[in-house]
Design a protein around this ligand. Structure first.
Ligand code: TYM
Length: 323
């Protein structure tokens, strides 16, 4: 039997190269070999979005982007979190065994409130909802970017606590990260993140995309001097997309270490790579935008498959606690 994976993204704005390199690319690469559950974390987005119209729009965009990036609905169950509301029941059952100190330790609440997000209870207990998302389909692996590892560890801890109390109800999953992607930097060199406003959207029109890539912050090493690729954001993004062993990456690193290559040239190489890498995805996205009925059908099928699995797991958990 195939092993199963589950993962999701928050619909809080346009997806970016970090989401792709850290997470979505893994889902796409794992198709065929694994049974796949990928969802849109709509309940999670309520911890930061208070604009209903924007939320609706963003949810739709994430699904279109998943499909454009290469998720195949014949091989992956794609669904919206709020189409499977038993997940919130599961979150409650988990929250009753989750010690408060586990949430106190979670870094995302501290990071997000430090950035000005409202300090709601939803934001505070968000890792429990994430644990419910994960445990609700009995996955073996959870492919994510490095910044999510703590949440998967919390999920494991909560599952083990529950199992210790009530017997073996939940399968305890592991995370999976692409080590060559790491945490992808944004145009300012910080972690690429919607909330930092430093993202690169691979679906931008070509001219805007080139302009944005030209804005990537680099150091002031003069054109004629040798440069260190490993500390340069342009190279880091290039390497994450093309792969460390790709000839184009090896050639670019050599050009950095030689003399005479300015950062403008490296940025041009990156823009070409992005346009080349996402050429098919950019085309597919246009077709998907023109066919909303197709997207709705995929979501209905995905939700039906997810509900079936989540119902099983939720019944198991209810029974175990005495309900
Ligand atoms: P979110 O929406 O912030 O990010 C979605 C995925 O993209 C990865 N990612 C990155 N990877 C590398 N470099 C970056 N700069 C970068 N930025 C984002 C994230 O690691 C993530 O894998 N809590 C989750 C959503 C979620 C979830 C889940 C994930 C809810 N329930 C269950 C997995 C399983 C989040 O906020 O991801």
């Amino acid at each position: 039997m195939k092993k199963r994976i589950l993962s999701g993204l928050q619909p809080t704005g346009q997806l970016h190269l970090g989401n792709y390199a850290g997470a979505i690319r893994q889902f796409v690469d794992m198709q065929g070999e694994y049974e796949i559950f990928v969802f849109v974390a709509s309940y999670h987005a309520l911890t930061s979005t208070r604009d209903p119209e924007a939320l609706r729009e963003n949810i739709q965009q994430v699904v279109i982007d998943y499909l454009a990036f290469g998720l195949d609905p014949k091989q992956a169950n794609i669904y919206l979190q709020h189409d499977v509301p038993q997940v919130t029941e599961l979150a409650w059952l988990l929250s009753c065994v989750c010690p408060k100190h586990m949430m106190d330790k979670a870094t995302s609440y501290k990071d997000k409130t430090a950035k000005g997000l409202a300090a709601s209870i939803g934001l505070y207990t968000y890792p429990i909802l994430q644990a419910a998302d994960i445990l609700s389909v009995d996955p073996d692996l959870v492919p994510v970017g490095e910044d999510q590892i703590q949440h998967i560890e919390i999920t494991r801890d909560i599952a083990q606590k529950f199992n210790h109390q009530y017997g073996e109800v939940f399968k305890v999953p592991a995370h999976r990260v692409r080590t060559d992607a790491g945490v992808l930097p944004g145009i300012d060199g910080e972690k690429m993140s919607k909330s930092y406003g430093n993202t690169i959207d691979p679906f931008l029109p070509e001219k805007k995309l080139r302009k944005l890539i030209n804005k990537i912050v680099t150091d002031s090493t003069p054109m004629e001097d040798a440069k260190n690729p490993d500390t340069c954001t342009v190279y880091k993004i290039f390497k994450a997309l093309a792969g460390v062993e790709d000839q184009r990456t090896i050639d670019l690193a050599a050009r950095y270490r030689g003399s005479g290559m300015g950062y403008g040239e490296a940025k041009k190489s990156l823009a070409e790579l992005v346009l080349d890498h996402f050429g098919p995805a950019r085309q597919k996205r246009e077709q998907l935008i023109a066919d909303p009925g197709y997207v709705q059908k995929i979501l209905a099928d995905g939700a039906a498959a997810a509900r079936e699995k989540v119902s099983d797991v939720t019944s198991r958990a209810r029974k175990a606690v005495g309900l």
